[in-house]
Every structure is written in structure tokens, then in C-alpha cells.
Design a protein around this ligand. Structure first.
Ligand SMILES: C[S@@+](CC[C@H](N)C(=O)[O-])C[C@H]1O[C@@H](n2cnc3c(N)ncnc32)[C@H](O)[C@@H]1O
Length: 397
């Protein structure tokens, strides 16, 4: 493909990304893969170059652009002026730029979201937002059921311990982990260091009954099962059958024998969990959220969120906290986690829960990172090099 044809391809993909962000469609990575599936003429260098153009444009533009063209012209004007010379050059090039056409503006995040982030980060907001749309490192977690961080793994790139999580490793550049012997053998999993730190807050231990209420494909279930040393019981529950099904082969590979999956009915979650009411030592509520803490991985997510979607999410989070609380035994622990840095999904949820449940209080936890208050911690890419997380600990009085 010529450079101009790559540019035209990136514009077409950006059109799809913008529509998907508006209509709750697929992620940018999926859309890029779909685009190239039917275009066998594109070689690996073309794919890489187009992907880079798409993601560079997404990272440069804070508000959802009107169109792929507006996005690419805005990106080119802000960061890559050479691209402007390619418009209108050959048969495969995008049409020449007109004097009055729409141009997307450079920015870190949509104005309404930046304003909400400012409530948490104040004068540091721009630094935090810039880090949030940077590139995420590739983090691994060593599975203590099979290995230790000191084992002599062989990696194709330099890999070093992460600064905070005791079982974390960080690769100096991306590589195909899933083809590596340690991954295939179950000795490592891919997991952001922030997720690993969130699991430490649960303080799970061997012999416990643990419920991972929003287990998904089990990233945190696997980490907790390893800490439990395969002793006890971990119920990995979720309403999404596909995600839960992905957990079973991962648990087999990791040798995590304490995990039982449980598919819940949305709206009737406690029916299937009736046997565990007031019995769990630890309940983790890793709630569905806006994902503002994971923009490094899918920066187009900031074009997706609307105030209405955020309201729906916070209502679900509050409901899941109540469900989780019903499962905790006296003296047990409820840990609430979101990969979001918006105050309404973090502190406000814990404040709301404590107000509605005066028989509960904050549960202190000890983490390798600093804490905001007793039982509350916030991780951010700018400060910790992790995805953004809010972690809250609660216990019945
Ligand atoms: C942040 S993700 C969980 C990620 C997972 N814990 C991990 O570490 O990989 C949130 C999960 O909540 C699930 N979920 C949504 N509504 C739910 C509900 N009402 N009850 C239980 N799980 C729910 C979603 O299907 C999704 O898998």
C-alpha cells in the first residue's frame, strides 16, 4: 500500500471506530482486525502502519470526532503535518482537503470527563490524563502455584520485576506471551500490576471461602486462588457466560483447583448464591465500570462514555455492592474495585454504601502503594505506572 492508501484506510477505520463509540459497538482493535480480514493485499507492515495511524489519531483527539476524515486531518494538523500533503495525491489517496471542512481538535479527554477527573486530581489532572492515554506496558503475574519470580524464565525481550506487586514482571516491549513456554505451562498470566495490587487488598488466605462476584474471565480469581495456595473455595460468579467459560481453561492451565464458576441471572444474582449468604470470608466486587483507568489500552473508550451510561453504571455498582455485602460473614471483608478514576465510581460508591449501611465500616488493608484513607486506595498510570484503579475495603461492624 502507498502511504496515501494507508492514510485512506486509517480514515475508513476511524469512521468505524467513531460509529462504534457512539453506538456501543466493537473496540478499535477488533474493528482494525475486521478491516484487514477481507484485504489480503495488505502486508504486515501496512497493517502495522495503519494501526499506528488510527491509534495515534485516537490518542491525539479528546472529543469524539465527527468523522474519520475530521479525525485524521485534526491529528495531522496537531502532530503529523507531513500527512496533509498526501490528501488528494493519487487514486488511492483520501480526497483533497477543502478550506471549510471539519477538523477535530487536539485534546486529552472530553470536556465533561476532564472536569470530573479534576475533582479527584486538581492541578495534576492534565498529567494524569496524559498518562492515561499513553501506552501500557506488558505486565505478567507469576503463578505462585507453579513458579516464583526468581525462576530462570527465558523471554525474547528483557523482563524485570514490577515495582510494587510481589509476583509482577514487566516486559521492556510487547511480545507474543501466549506462545511462550512459561505461559503455555501456566507459570505466568498476563495481568496489569494494578489488578495484581487490587487482589492484594482482598487479603485472601488459604482455607477461606472467597466469592469473586464479577469474575469475568477470571483474571483476579486466578491471582486470589494462587494466594490461597489452592486451599479453600473460590466461587467465580458472573452474569456473562462467554467470559466465565474462558476462565475454566485458564484455571486448568494455572492448576487453580479451588475455583468453581457460577453463572448468575442478572437481577436475580442472590438466587444462585443463596447457600453463601453471610458465609464468605472475602467477597470481591470487581464491578463493571466506565473503564476510565484503562484508556491506555483502548483510548477510544473516552469517546464512548456518556453521562447517561455513567449513571447506569453507578446504579449497577451500588446494587452489586449490596449483593456482595449480603454474602460476607461477620468479621469478613468486602472489597470493591473499579478500573476507573471517576469519583462517582470510587469514593462516592463507598460513601453511599456506608451511609445506607451504618452497620458497616472501612476495612483497613495493607498495600505496597500509598492509601488515600483507611481502606481506600487509588492507583494511576501517572503515579504508579499501572492502569487506573479505585480500591475500597469494607467490613460489617
Ligand atoms: C470489570 S469486569 C470483571 C473483570 C474480572 N474480575 C477480571 O479481573 O478479569 C466486570 C464483570 O462484571 C460482570 N457483571 C455485569 N453485571 C453483573 C451482575 N449483575 N452480576 C455479576 N456480574 C456482573 C461483567 O460481565 C464483567 O465480566
Amino acid at each position: 500500500m502507498t502511504p496515501a492508501a494507508r492514510l485512506a484506510a486509517a480514515i475508513e477505520i476511524l469512521d468505524a471506530v467513531i460509529a462504534a463509540a457512539r453506538d456501543e459497538g466493537a473496540a478499535a482493535d477488533t474493528l482494525i482486525a475486521r478491516y484487514f480480514k477481507d484485504r489480503r493485499y495488505a502486508g504486515s507492515k501496512d497493517r502495522r502502519a495503519v494501526r499506528e495511524l488510527v491509534f495515534d489519531a485516537i490518542r491525539t483527539l479528546g472529543e469524539r470526532p465527527l468523522s474519520g476524515r475530521a479525525a485524521m486531518i485534526g491529528y495531522a494538523k496537531a502532530r503529523a503535518p507531513d500527512l496533509l500533503t498526501l490528501f488528494g495525491t493519487d487514486g488511492h489517496a483520501p480526497a483533497a482537503i477543502h478550506a471549510y471542512e471539519a477538523v477535530a481538535k487536539k485534546g486529552l479527554a472530553p470536556t465533561w470527563l476532564a472536569a470530573r477527573m479534576r475533582q479527584r486530581f486538581g492541578k495534576d489532572t492534565d498529567r494524569e490524563l496524559a498518562a492515561l492515554i499513553g501506552r501500557a506496558p506488558l505486565d505478567l503475574r507469576v503463578n505462585r502455584l507453579m513458579a516464583t519470580r526468581e525462576d530462570p524464565f527465558e523471554w525474547p525481550v528483557p523482563v524485570t520485576p514490577t515495582p510494587y506487586a510481589p509476583n509482577g514482571l514487566r516486559a521492556s516491549e510487547p511480545f507474543n506471551v501466549e506462545q511462550s513456554a512459561p505461559f503455555i505451562g501456566g507459570a505466568v498470566e498476563v495481568q496489569d500490576e494494578g489488578s495484581q495490587i487490587a487482589c492484594l487488598a482482598t487479603q485472601v488466605a488459604p482455607g477461606m471461602l472467597v466469592i469473586d462476584l464479577c469474575a469475568g474471565a477470571g483474571g483476579k480469581s486466578l491471582a486470589m486462588a494462587a494466594t490461597m495456595g489452592n486451599d479453600g473455595k473460590l466461587i467465580a460468579a458472573d452474569t456473562n457466560r462467554d467470559r466465565l467459560q474462558r476462565l475454566t481453561p485458564r484455571a486448568d492451565r494455572a492448576g487453580a483447583a479451588v475455583i468453581e464458576t457460577l453463572l448468575l441471572d442478572p437481577g436475580k444474582e442472590l438466587e444462585k448464591l443463596a447457600d453463601y449468604i453471610r458465609r464468605a470470608d472475602v467477597v470481591l466486587v470487581d464491578a463493571p465500570c466506565s473503564g476510565t483507568g484503562t484508556w491506555r489500552r483502548n483510548p477510544e473508550a473516552r469517546w464512548r462514555l456518556t453521562p447517561e451510561r455513567l449513571t447506569r453504571l453507578t446504579a449497577l455498582q451500588a446494587r452489586l455492592l449490596e449483593i456482595g455485602a449480603a454474602l460476607v460473614k461477620p468479621g469478613g471483608r468486602l472489597v470493591y474495585v473499579v478500573c476507573s478514576l471517576l469519583p462517582e465510581e470510587g469514593d462516592a460508591q463507598i460513601d453511599g454504601f456506608l451511609k445506607a449501611n451504618p452497620n458497616w465500616q472501612a476495612a483497613p488493608f495493607s498495600l505496597p502503594t500509598e492509601q488515600d484513607a483507611v481502606g481506600r486506595a487509588v492507583l494511576s498510570p501517572a503515579r504508579h505506572g499501572t492502569d487506573g484503579f479505585f480500591i475500597g475495603g469494607l467490613t460489617p461492624i
